[in-house]
Every structure is written in C-alpha cells, then in structure tokens.
Design a protein around this ligand. Structure first.
Ligand SMILES: Cc1cc2nc3c(=O)[nH]c(=O)nc-3n(C[C@H](O)[C@H](O)[C@H](O)COP(=O)(O)OP(=O)(O)OC[C@H]3O[C@@H](n4cnc5c(N)ncnc54)[C@H](O)[C@@H]3O)c2cc1C
Length: 482
C-alpha cells in the first residue's frame, strides 16, 4: 500500500527553475510545496535597493533574452501576472578604443549593413537561426534526443561545435563582427579557443535578432514573482526561510525536486543513490566565479560612442583577441588586469529603477573560482576607458565577490553563476551523461536546477524538463510538447 504523504511533490529552491518545475507539476493538479532557504523567493532573479533608497538593482540576472525565448515560460502568459518586457533600442553594443562601437541592432539586416565587408557573412550565418528561432529553441532548450528540426540543428552544430576563435577568423575580417561574436561567446565563461564556445555566441547573437535582449520592468524579480503568483493560483505553496540540509528537513512527499547543484545534493541525500552515481556527482566541475559592482549614478554613463548610450547591454574588453586573452587568464586561474566586463544600464529604459534623473548601473567580470580579490578598480577602469568621466558620476556602489555570491545563494559554488562549468562534457552530460539527466537513479528524487540541460539562464527549461520526467516516471503522465 503506498504511504500517505503531505505533498505530491516538494521542490527545494525557488529560483526560476524550481518555480517552473513547481508550476508545471501544479498544472497537472499535483499538490506542490516549494521550500526556499532565504527570506525571499527568486534565486538568481532578485531585485533590491543595494546602494541608495529608490535605486533598484538586479542582484544577479539583469538581461533576459532566454526568458523571452523560452518555449515554456512563453507559454505561461506571465504578462497576466505582472511581467513586462522592456526592449532597449539597441540590444547590445561593443565599444572599441577608437571611439567606434560594434552594434547589434534588433534588425539583422541593419546590423549586417554596418559590418562592411562582413555584412553578407554575418547575414548568412545568423539568418537561418534568427528566422527560425521557435524551431531552433525547441531543440536547443530540449532534452538529449533526436532533434525535431534535424537540418536546422545540423547547421547549428556545424558552426556551434567550433571554437569562437576559429569561427570568427574563418568568417569575419572586420574587427566589429569579431568583437560582436567575442562579446556573446564570452557569456559561456570559457576560453574562446575551446570547442563549442561558438555555440554560446550563436545562440545569444541570434536571440538578439529573434526575440531581443529585454529587461523586465521593475527588475528581474518580476519573472519569479509572476511564476509564484501563477503557482499560488494553481494551488501551490511556498515556504521561505526553510533551508534544507538533510532529507529530514523535507515534509513527506511522493517525489522531491532539487533546484540545487550536485555538491549540495550529495550532502542532502547522503547514500540514498547508487555509489557510482554519487561519485559522478562529486566529480562535477564548477567554473570560474564572478565579481560584481552595482552603482547609483548621478547621470547616465558618458559613453564616447553615442550608440552605447542607447544599448541595454554592453560588452567591454576591446577586440576579439583581448577578450579571448582575458577569458583564458581566468580559466587558467589568474585575474585579468583588462577583463571582459558585462554591463547593463536598465534605468535608461525603465524609469522605475532610479529616482528621476538618476541612474543605476550593473556590471561584473569573471574571476577564478572562489576568488575574493576586489576587482572594483579594474572594472571601473574598463568602463572609464570607453566612457571618460564615468567615475565622476558615481554616487555610491555595492560590490560582491565570489564567496559573497555563494553566501547569498548556496547554488553559486565559488561564485559559479551557471550551476557548473559548461564545457563540452558538461554541456550535454549535465550533471551526468544519461538519457534522463534529471532523475536521481534508484530514488524518487530529481534535479531541476541549471546544473541540468540546458544550463544557466533565466529560462525555466531545466525545471520544465525535470517536471516532465517526474510526471512520466512517478505519475505516469506524458505531456511533453516542448
Ligand atoms: C551576477 C549574475 C548575473 C547573471 N546574469 C544573468 C543574466 O543577465 N541573464 C540570465 O538569463 N541569467 C543570468 N544569470 C544566471 C541566472 O541567474 C541563473 O542561471 C538562474 O537563476 C538559475 O536558476 P535556478 O533556478 O537553476 O537556480 P537559482 O536561481 O540559483 O535558485 C536556487 C534557489 O535555491 C535556494 N537554495 C539553495 N540551497 C538551498 C537549500 N539547501 N535549501 C533551500 N533552498 C536553497 C537559493 O536560495 C535560491 O533561491 C546571472 C547570475 C548571476 C549571479
């Protein structure tokens, strides 16, 4: 006789993946509880006054093309629950030393027209992917299986399997096209010389033309607040300030889903799974960490290049080769003195982020895992390089190093923001290479965090696929349409 349990499913962790998993299960009438260690929900999507009253800063994720392009989140009508996307006029720009900037417009053609000799190559590379984004995202955000769109995926794999450096050199001559590729590929937090680093560049650059690089009105917490409202409407429950350090901390349930990374999971489940599996979880590799600065500013950043003043996101660091060197340094365990810096300037497009006339700025660079070195000066110098006078606009700032990120969110092991390094082996076999990477073998427990495919980002697809696996294995419900 099956034992009576308090819940059908308990989800540990309320990041975008935990909440997406919970919503998916609740959509099928299951009784679901989400347990969150901290006093607020959201994981990597919280927004807070980090500097001064009235200045709202995204603590982690700020720019959310993967939310806009997520097959599951797009199906939920989250705008009915308060999520509003704001699209900056220019998705991203990449300033260079001579006052020029490479610019990715929402329009693929407009972008290509400004890339001189590389215009045709740029158009040819990206138009298949951006024109067919829905089909591409269905496979890219899908599970390990035969692709639903084999020709498109074969084309994607042909280019994506390369290193960004090889692809950039093979297709482009103009420093602007190469810089645009480097800026997108370096989101992978891997050297641009490693196989498959091009795939990150292709996905992000294509998404800029297909769905844009929006921010959320009021801050990224709107994404998880919307998911939480939907979950509650479906009868789900959320309990905050409920850290889970052992299975005893979890009410009885038919199944448990962890929105956590392998290191925490092995501690919580102890010896419940086969030794061979636990060994593989322990062998899971974490990637470099991040150092982040948030500023309250008296005025917008005085970028030399006027296009940079209209861009939501900026990639700093100079040419392809400079960024490639910087990312290699970090991968090798060193701190770059001229790092690749990701910048978001949301208050230019969303007046709810700062008092009238004032602004917020968000930036981070990659550092070796666990590093507590203060990179504030290096990041500010990198901004000043392309925006002389920037330092004079600073009212105040808040910084977070890699260990502080881990204290803020236990999933950020050593400051790794993606739930594990995303090199070839861990891109497909995440956290362990198997057809159903979500299921913990020999148990009714599952992993639903960004440590599973398709990895980091605010797309909720790890949660969605994990919930689908739960529905199929534990409740004999098969409903996957994505
Ligand atoms: C600085 C930074 C910038 C980023 N920028 C972007 C961006 O611009 N765009 C983008 O798409 N993504 C970005 N990301 C990545 C994105 O935030 C993550 O990929 C995403 O949040 C992962 O979601 P998740 O649900 O898997 O885990 P998380 O969002 O990490 O959620 C995990 C949750 O579990 C909770 N938890 C952990 N341990 C326990 C426990 N033992 N018991 C109970 N609860 C627990 C945590 O408190 C947390 O709330 C960024 C991340 C950082 C840190």
């Amino acid at each position: 006789m099956p034992q009576k349990t308090d819940y059908d499913a308990v989800v540990v962790g309320s990041g975008p993946n935990g909440l997406s998993a919970a919503v998916r299960l609740a959509q099928h009438g299951l009784k679901v509880l989400v347990l969150e260690a901290k006093s607020t929900i959201g994981g990597g999507t919280r927004t807070q006054e980090l500097t001064e009253p009235g200045f709202l800063h995204d603590i982690c994720a700020a720019v959310i093309p993967t939310t806009a392009g997520s097959p599951y989140l797009s199906s939920l009508n989250l705008e009915d629950y308060g999520l509003e996307f704001i699209h900056p006029e220019i998705p991203y720009a990449h300033p260079l030393d001579n006052g020029e900037a490479a610019v990715a417009w929402r329009s693929l053609n407009k972008t290509a027209e400004n890339l001189g000799v590389d215009g045709n190559a740029y158009r040819k590379l990206y138009h298949h992917f951006s024109d067919n984004w829905d089909a591409l995202s269905e496979d890219l955000f899908g599970t390990l299986r035969i692709p639903k769109h084999p020709l498109l995926m074969a084309r994607f794999g042909w280019y994506g399997a390369l290193s960004a450096k090889f692809l950039g050199n093979a297709l482009f001559e103009h420093p602007h096209s190469k810089a645009l590729l480097a800026g997108c590929a370096a989101h992978s937090i891997m050297p641009l010389t490693i196989a498959f680093s091009a795939s990150f560049g292709l996905v992000l650059a294509s998404s800029a033309h297909a769905v844009g690089w929006p921010i959320a009105k009021g801050g990224t917490h709107s994404v998880t607040n919307a998911l939480a409202s939907l979950l509650k409407e479906l009868g789900g429950e959320i309990e905050t300030e409920h850290p889970v350090s052992s299975l005893k901390d979890i009410p009885t349930a038919k199944t448990i889903l962890f929105d956590l990374t392998p290191r925490q999971i092995t501690e919580i489940i102890e010896n419940k799974a086969p030794d061979s599996y636990l060994e593989k979880l322990k062998d899971f590799k974490y990637g470099p960490g991040v150092f982040k600065v948030d500023w309250a500013l008296s005025e917008p950043v005085p970028w030399t290049n006027e296009h940079c003043r209209k861009a939501g996101t900026l990639h700093l660091g100079g040419t392809f080769d400079e960024i490639s060197r910087a990312e290699q340094d970090v991968w090798d365990g060193n701190h770059s003195r001229s790092p690749y810096v990701l910048v978001s300037q949301p208050s230019l497009f969303d007046e709810s982020r700062a008092p009238k006339g004032k602004h917020t700025l968000w930036a981070y660079c990659h550092v070796p895992n666990g590093s507590s070195l203060d990179m504030t000066d290096v990041i500010e110098d990198q901004i000043e390089r392309f925006a002389p006078g920037f330092k004079d606009t600073i009212i105040s700032k808040n910084t977070m190093n890699a260990p502080q990120f881990q204290s803020y969110n236990a999933n950020y092991i050593g400051g790794d923001i993606n739930g594990g390094a995303q090199f070839f082996k861990q891109l497909f076999g995440r956290p362990v290479l198997k057809w159903d990477p979500y299921h913990i073998p020999g148990t009714s427990m599952y992993i639903c965090s960004s440590s599973t495919p398709p990895g980091g980002g605010v797309h909720g697809m790890c949660g969605y696929h994990s919930a689908e696996s739960v529905l199929k294995n534990e409740f004999r419900i098969s409903s996957d349409k994505n």
